[in-house]
Design a protein around this ligand. Sequence first.
Ligand SMILES: Cc1noc(C)c1CN(C)Cc1cc2n(n1)CCN(c1cc(N)ncn1)C2
Length: 411
Amino acid sequence: MQTFGTFLVSLVAASSALAASIPGTRIGTPAGTTSQRTNSVSIPAIRNPNFRAHGPLAQAKAHRKFGKPLPADLERVLSKIWSSKRDSGSVTASPRQQDTEYLCPVQIGSPAQTLPLDFDTGSSDLWVFSTDTPRSEVNGQTVYDASSSSSAKRLSGATWKISYGDGSSSSGIVYLDTVTVGGLTVSRQAVEAAKQVSSSFSRDTSSSGLLGLAFSSINTVSPNQQKTFFDNAMPHLDAPLFTADLKHNADGRYNFGYIDKSAYTGSISYTPVDNSQGFWGFTATVDGTDVTGIADTGTTLIYLPDSIVTSYYSQVSGARYDSSNAGYIFPCGSSMPDFSFNVGGGGGGGGTVTVPGSYVNFAPTDQTGQTCFGGLQSDSSIGISIFGDIALKAAFVVFDGGNKQLGWAAK
Ligand SMILES: Cc1noc(C)c1CN(C)Cc1cc2n(n1)CCN(c1cc(N)ncn1)C2
């Protein structure tokens, strides 16, 4: 069996023998060597340190070299190797405005245009500020220019329109273009260019749009619904999953296709996902009460049933629901209790995620800094419980699209 190293040496030996037999042939004297004779050279044979010897692949090379068909058993082995998935990606998630949102650099088009996007497991549109967005609505954001991308193709007749839980919205037209996240590339990804954005997006000068990571069933492109970046990438990934490792006031990371064992402690507790509404829906247990909600990186706070929220703030002196702030507030100097929930309970006890009390002290309600707004609020006006960034940044979370499950681990 010839390994690459041997192959390289034999190739070099052949050429220098050849050169020696043809007078005057000079194949160049490599740096560092001198030769008394005029028609001979000595070439170092450098072993390729990156080469990994592999029997079947070496067998295949030998058969191909001499034009021989591969034996059936070798064919079977190679087809398994060559069909194996081999893609993955890893990108930094940078917090903005006290962890209000997390932005990741995304490359779009050829040549690449890099835009900071909000990765949102609560929606399924990849939309961007673009040269199609009215100048009056662009406020310093980096915009996507499809006309500068040789790989951009307009998806004729396609439009999109999306509204979010906080009342913000955007809409526009659609291109197919090459999108790369952390080294993972999807060609012909639907890139939704905004022709209109609501004021909260215009004011958000650091974000150029969103990259949806919920299920493609709630993508808003019409008449032909489009797939999310993750859905398009999934068949090529080493594992059909991505992980979210968001942090408090610090850069975190989204990984695609693999689980970084150094990013969490203890074990990962898994729980089934209900994607019937297009979200990463799951059930957790809070103080013995089952809560069904969604894991949503695009929502800043945690929204849970009234009973749980009221019970939590009853532990904090001076905490109250304040209608002028439309939420629970408390004295900023309060020492907030930790907030825990259990995932994957079942017989094995599952795993407990503990949100430090300091995370629940979200932000002052005004410049005086006397009163602070809670990171845990009631879901009664939303109709669905949401485990947003305040909860997610307390854990290492596996979004497993292949097995429709969510994994939670401490970190
Ligand atoms: C958010 C946010 N909060 O303070 C700032 C600043 C921002 C960003 N900024 C105002 C603009 C904005 C509004 C939204 N986003 N970004 C992200 C998508 N939104 C979601 C996603 C989802 N899964 N669920 C609900 N809404 C609403």
